[in-house]
Write a protein that binds this ligand. Structure first.
Ligand code: DI6
Ligand code: FE
Length: 401
């Protein structure tokens, strides 16, 4: 099927900048972009279908590169507690926080988890997301991590979205391993990760490197095992304190290090040299009422590519709109709308190891794009949420969600 999409303007995001083509046309062939350029330069004629986009602005499909979409239960009660002054760390220490979601996730059936995650994922897709990464990490034993990862695979098979599954078994210490973090890491390395990888359920390995989770030494063991299994790594690092987790991630050629409010300039130098993407999560920053900003100038100075994501999770960022995160990245982190859009397109693709096929509108890449009824690309970061008028195309086909 060869389709001409005409009468549009494009922010192609090639090289991570707007790279605007006014009065553009796009030719898709099957699932790929065959040609994109000024409509006046179009030479092909043999189309199966011609779609008029009525002056819309076309961007790459949005990519949400860091989510914990699959979980059981609800933590709005903790939100109320935190508003009364109890901290996230205090709630975690009292058995709430991640541990409460682990209990609810273990108690849920695979179908129950699928149904609740599908509702959340549909919200993201309606907002223009065509690729999403989802992490396990609320099962914390083989059976329940497998259940979560299977739900992630099923979501990718049943909705019009490309899915990457990340194993975050090292998210928190399960109760069976209380005070035995080294033993739990060993169990992940020896039993869980090899089994889940062999079942084709894992595209990358992540961990929570933090004083209330796992140490850099423990994370390093996991990274070594991941590399033995030929799996790329990512890391939750420097969210609440500075442990040089992001430098560790860079040493292991991590696809990304995520959060990063407490990272140092040395971390930025290491990440820039390794090509490790900085995934910033303004929803978690906002929701936890953090005050320490990620070091934007150091990231820019050392050439670190910056991605933005919802971090959709029940504890620190119940964010159902990636576009809202664009606004928050600009307002809270002082990013430009252009940087923010690169952060949910090309740089988010790089954070998932997909930049060769996704994240920009270029001939040969996958035909995932959104035609927005807006006046300028910056409008995407300007409106605070809402359901903007749009048409979503995935794999060359208009998707109706
Ligand atoms: N950092 C976060 O912000 C989330 N996980 C993580 O490692 C929080 C997850 C939760 O509170 O449920
Ligand atoms: Fe996260």
């Amino acid at each position: 099927m060869k389709t001409l999409w005409q009468h549009c303007h494009a922010a192609t995001m090639a090289q991570g900048t707007y790279s605007i083509i006014e009065s553009a046309a796009i030719v898709t062939s099957g699932t790929l972009i065959e040609w994109i350029g000024p409509q006046s330069e179009l030479t092909a004629t043999d189309f199966d279908q011609i779609v008029d986009l009525n002056g819309a602005w076309v961007t790459p499909g949005l990519i949400d590169c860091h989510t914990h979409t699959v979980f059981g239960g609800n933590r709005s009660g903790e939100f109320e507690q935190r508003l009364q002054g109890v901290s996230y760390a205090e709630i975690a220490a009292a058995g709430g926080g991640i541990a409460s979601t682990v209990r609810a996730t273990r108690a849920a059936t695979e179908d129950e988890l699928f149904a609740s995650a599908e509702r959340r994922l549909k919200q993201l897709l309606k907002d223009g997301v065509t690729t999403v990464e989802m992490k396990s990490g609320y099962g914390l034993d083989l059976e329940n991590e497998r259940k979560t990862l299977r739900v992630i695979r099923r979501l990718g098979a049943s909705l019009p979205v490309s899915v990457r599954a990340t194993c975050l078994a090292a998210h928190a210490l399960p109760p069976e391993y209380a005070n035995r973090a080294d033993d739990y890491i060993q169990h992940i390395c020896d039993e869980m990760l090899p089994a889940l990888a062999a079942e084709g359920l894992v595209d990358a390995v992540d961990a929570f490197c933090e004083y209330l989770a796992f140490s850099p030494a423990q994370v390093e063991k996991l990274f070594i095992r991941a590399h033995e299994l030929e799996l790329p790594v990512k890391l939750h690092a420097e969210q609440l304190s500075s442990l040089a987790g992001s430098s560790l991630a860079a040493r292991y050629q991590a696809l990304s290090a995520d959060h990063l409010e407490f990272m140092t300039e040395d971390d930025a130098i290491a990440m820039g040299a390794a090509g490790t993407v900085a995934v910033l999560l303004p929803g978690a920053f906002y929701f936890l009422r953090e005050t320490q900003l990620p070091p934007m100038d150091a990231l820019r100075k050392h050439g670190v590519k910056i991605a933005i994501s919802t971090d959709l999770n029940p504890g620190t960022s119940p964010g159902l709109s990636l576009r809202l995160m664009l606004n928050m990245a600009c307002t809270l982190f002082r990013m430009t709308p252009e940087e923010a859009l690169a952060g949910v397109t090309l740089h988010a693709a790089q954070a998932l190891g997909m930049a060769h096929t996704h994240g920009s509108l270029e001939a040969g890449k996958v035909a995932d794009f959104v035609a927005w009824n807006i006046d300028r690309p910056a409008d995407l970061a300007y409106w605070l949420g809402g359901d903007l008028d749009k048409r979503i195309v995935r794999h060359g086909v208009e998707s109706l969600i």
